[in-house]
Each structure stands twice: as C-alpha cells, then as structure tokens.
Design a protein. Sequence first.
Length: 335
Amino acid sequence: MFNYILRRLGQMLPLLFLASVAIFTLVSLQPGDPLDELRMQNPMMTPEQFEALRRAHGLDQPIHVRYFKWLGRAVNGDLGRSRTYGVPAAEFIFEQRLPRTLVLTITSLTIALLIAIPVGIFTAVRQYSAGDYTITFLSFVGLSTPNFFLGIILLYLFVIFIPETFGVRALPPGGIPDLMWSDVQVGRATAGEFIRQWATHLVLPVFTLATGSMAAWTRFMRASMLEVLNQDYVRTARSKGVSERKVLYKHALRNGLIPIITLVGLSMPALFNGALLTETVFSYPGMGRAIFDSLVGKDYNVAMAALVFIAILVVFFNLVADILYAVVDPRIRYD
C-alpha cells in the first residue's frame, strides 16, 4: 500500500501541471483585458499610461511567459495579489473564503450521507413497495433539478411567498450573519445565539447543495445493496438462521458501501463546483462566489488560486477513494 501511495503521489505532479496549464490558458483567453475596468474608472487615463500599466502587470507578454512566471511564484507560495480586494490571493481564498465554503460543503455532505445511506438500504430491502416507488420518484426529481433553479425556488418560497402569505419571515434571504465567533469569545454574544444565526442562514444553501448528492447516493446505495443481497454468501447467512439485521449491517452493508465510497470521494470536488452556483444564488461569501466574481471581474490571481485548489482536490480525493477501497474490502490489494 505504501509503495502504491508513493507511485500515485508521483503521478499527481505531471497531472496537476497539465491541469494548471489548462486553467491558466482558459482564464487568460477570456474576452477583454483585466485592466479594462480600471481604465473605465479613470477616463482621463491616456493610452500610453494604460500600456505602461499593462507592462507593469506583465500583461504585454505572451501567455506561455506569463504562465511560467506565475508557476515560479506559485511554487514559492506566492499566488499574487487580488486586484479587486488588494490582498494576497492566497490569504483571500484560503483564510477568508475557504473556511465558509468548508462549513457549507461539509454540512451538506454529512446531511446527504446520513439520509442517503439508510434511505438507500430501505428502498433495497423494500424493493417495489410504495415507499420504494416514492423515494425513487423523489430521487429522480432531485437529480434532474439544477442547483441554481432549486435555490431560486426556495428563495421565492421562503423569502417572498411565505412572508407575504402568512406574514412570517421564515428564513434569511442569503448572505451570512454579522455575528462571528470572535463576538462569542469577547462576550458580545452567546454560543447558542451564534449557532442559531448561522444555522438559519445555512438552511437554504445547505439543502440546495445537498439535494443532488443525496438523490444520486440514494440511487447508488439502492442498486449496490440489491446486488449484494442477491449474492450467495448472503443467502447462506440467511439459511444458517442469522438475523436479518445482522445480515444487512454486518454481511451486506460493508460490501454495498464500496461503490458509494468511490462516488463520495469523486463528489467532494463536485460539491465545491456546485457551491459556486449555490453561493452565487444565496449571496454566500464563500470560495465559489469568489470564483464567480473573480472570473467576471477578471481578477486572475484569485481565479487561478481557487481553480487550481479544486484541481488538487479532484486528484487527492481520487487517491483517498482508492485507499478506502482496501480499508472497506480486505480482498483488495494494491501491492
């Protein structure tokens, strides 16, 4: 296993290099100039001054020269500065925005797993029952509904329809509360108030982000358990008088979880991608919203830092999923 991990880590480097080349190229080929907005804000700027500014930022150089300069700085930990916010891109992404996105994605992942696994087992055990048909229908609805559309529907229901119809403001329209953990530490607020405010602000974006994953994992869990429950060793255990509960949770579930491990591992980067639209719809200031704003505002250093980080997540969680294979199923060996 150790040798396998070393080999995979060695394969990550050229893969990440190619991913960074592709990301830098696509970001740089966006229409317009990154300094166009600055020129619009300064109408008295002469063409000579604008060209001098482009040279100062290295934008007059060929794309491959700019890439290798960026790569050299990135290897040394310098991801450049955000033109929009005036702070280092690494600080802006990893200290200000990433923690908020982690709260959103980890909460969504946890809720999706806690619901999808037992519901998938239930539908497999109660195959072709009314509950199975109902959950299957709801799963297909969840799979076919885009995150941004579901978010807009939820905003309409809880921010417009319910308050206007019943006169009760159900949930906040988006954003994050003004209350921070530092307020709890200095005694300006209680921990209960902090949790309550953040929980109410997270309800809609978490439900929006978790719905698609929950629906997909429920379907995969059902299919995986149905396949396992028809195996010979499960029938043998039942014929020996083993209780149904023990058959399900000791013999069948462990093997049934193997495809889910792969799916969850590969879905982690997808959760970050889904957070881009979810955070935009709910004005949630996380990393996904930062990617959207940086691409629209041509703040390339922020966009590169965030997108390369997501590429690293894709490669890393592929490795994690492969390692967990061997943990769950002792029959799998990589050495």
